[in-house]
Design a protein around this ligand. Structure first.
Ligand code: F0G
Length: 455
């Protein structure tokens, strides 16, 4: 039996299959690089039995609501609570969970005023156990790694995947190997991987180079790949959309806006939306839009210059290091969900990202720079008339403010864009800066600071 078989011990027989996104080949096993044995493209997970006996929408909704009253580990998880639409486990105790998901939906009144869109919300995935949306996918994929009998799991990462993987591996009694670019990764993400016990390699390359190497490694060594190429990850990340729609009492918002890096998350959310529509959980699709940093705009260019037919890779550069990716693995899946939901794809500058991040911070919420592209992108989509003022919009905030304190400090001290082509073009940022002031420890000095702030 293949270690990556749908009939591995603990996996309920015939509950799901792997399908190639290009040639449609269906199989019960996946090779260790999660690529189609026929054509080499990516795989996705499908549930053939939904065709014959589709789960009943009303029953699903009632079950999910009921489970919120339960104290069992899988019900307390905001991912496994939706397990009816995930690859099934024989025994629910097998799930490796840190009680991920259950993230809040916030109103953003100040950003609503800034953008002119009164019904503006943030789904804050940065409030997951390791501080990013990765946990929702990792709980599922790490569980299946352990069921398949692997001792080692591995990923290439711009930081958040590695933090999340290391945590879930540790909880599940597995070892983890992290490949990250040397430099251009936040210390706070790196420090998480170290504390959770990962073997951490800082490679002299970028994220795309790390991922290339990992793809070769998994064919040579018995390590289980936990990048979003792994379709179990995307199944877990689908639950963001399920939970969000439940929070909206199953009345879909008009727009969902997500940051785009390796494009796993947009693909997962889109898959969930389409499945929810097909199963009758929602009656219409929100438009799913993807926003990238101007310096890492492979999807934007792929759609504009190649009609979404072939990937245009770019040399990636942005201070939003989480999305500093030039060769996104899941680009085809992302193109599909953008087209299927009628969403848009835009790019935003470093200044626009910095401004949006400070504006989200000023709501008392905060996020990491990669998440802030959503607000910056929304401003553009409103200007273009793609988002109308009367429509409802959800920004998916993917990572916690504390994930990249260097960025935040540089911003407030006015150092963020020093020495870049954006220097001097950042007048819009001045009003948002709140640099710390060093004072003598006297009452007069502190009162002086208060008066200064009032002016
Ligand atoms: N936002 C944050 C905070 C991220 O960490 C990432 C990706 C994205 C957005 C983009 O999501 O890749 O699914 O399109 N981070 C990966 C990592 C690549 O290694 O942590 P995507």
């Amino acid at each position: 039996m293949s270690p990556l078989s749908t009939s591995a011990p603990g996996v309920r027989q015939a509950a799901f299959r792997f399908r190639c996104i290009a040639c449609g080949d269906l199989s019960d096993t996946a090779s260790q690089n999660f690529r189609c044995a026929q054509c080499g493209d990516l795989l996705e997970i499908t549930y053939p039995h939904w065709k014959e006996t589709p789960p009943e929408a009303q029953k699903l909704k009632a079950n999910w609501r009921q489970r919120r009253l339960s104290q069992s580990a899988v019900d307390l998880s905001g991912v496994w609570r939706f397990r009816d639409l995930l690859p099934a486990l024989d025994n629910e105790d097998q799930a490796i969970t840190l009680r991920e998901g259950n993230t809040p939906l916030y109103e953003l009144p100040q950003c609503a005023r800034i953008t002119g869109v009164p019904r503006l919300f943030a789904k804050h995935q940065g409030l997951n156990p390791t501080g990013s949306f990765k946990d929702a996918g990792m709980t599922v994929a790490a569980t299946f790694a352990r069921l398949a009998g692997f001792r080692w799991v591995a990923c290439a990462s711009t930081g958040n995947t590695s933090a999340s993987m290391a945590a879930y591996a540790a909880r599940g009694g597995m070892r983890s190997l992290v490949l990250v670019p040397d430099g251009k990764i936040s210390w706070s993400k790196l420090s998480q991987a170290l504390d959770y016990g990962a073997v951490t390699c800082q490679l002299r390359t970028d994220f795309d180079g790390c991922l290339r190497l990992l793809q070769e490694l998994v064919l040579r060594a018995p390590v289980y790949q936990l990048n979003s190429i792994n379709p179990f990850r995307l199944e877990g990340q689908k639950t963001l959309a399920l939970e969000l729609l439940e929070q909206f009492d199953w009345q879909p918002p008009d727009h969902l806006i997500v940051p785009g890096g390796n494009l796993g998350n947009s693909s997962a959310i889109g898959k969930a939306l389409l499945e929810m529509r097909d199963l009758g959980l929602i009656s219409r699709l929100p438009k799913l839009s993807v926003i990238q940093a101007e310096g890492a705009n492979a999807l934007v260019r792929t759609l504009r210059e190649a009609g979404g037919k072939r990937l245009i890779s770019v040399p990636a550069e942005t201070r939003a290091t989480a999305i500093r990716i030039g060769n996104p693995a899941s680009w085809k899946k992302a193109v599909h969900v953008l087209e299927a939901t009628g969403g848009a794809c835009e790019q935003v500058t470093e200044v626009e990202i910095a401004q949006a991040k400070a504006e989200i911070g000023a709501e008392g919420i905060g996020c990491e720079p990669a998440s802030a592209v959503t607000l910056a992108g929304l401003k553009k989509l409103v200007k273009q008339g793609f988002v109308k003022p009367e429509e409802s919009v959800v920004l998916v905030l993917t990572g916690n403010l504390l994930k990249d304190p260097d960025y935040t400090m540089d911003f407030h001290r006015g150092d963020l864009l020093k020495g870049t082509t954006y220097e001097g073009a950042d007048a819009a940022l001045k009003l948002l800066r709140r640099p710390p002031v060093v004072l003598d420890a006297t009452l007069d000095a502190v009162i002086g600071a208060l008066e200064q702030a009032e002016r």
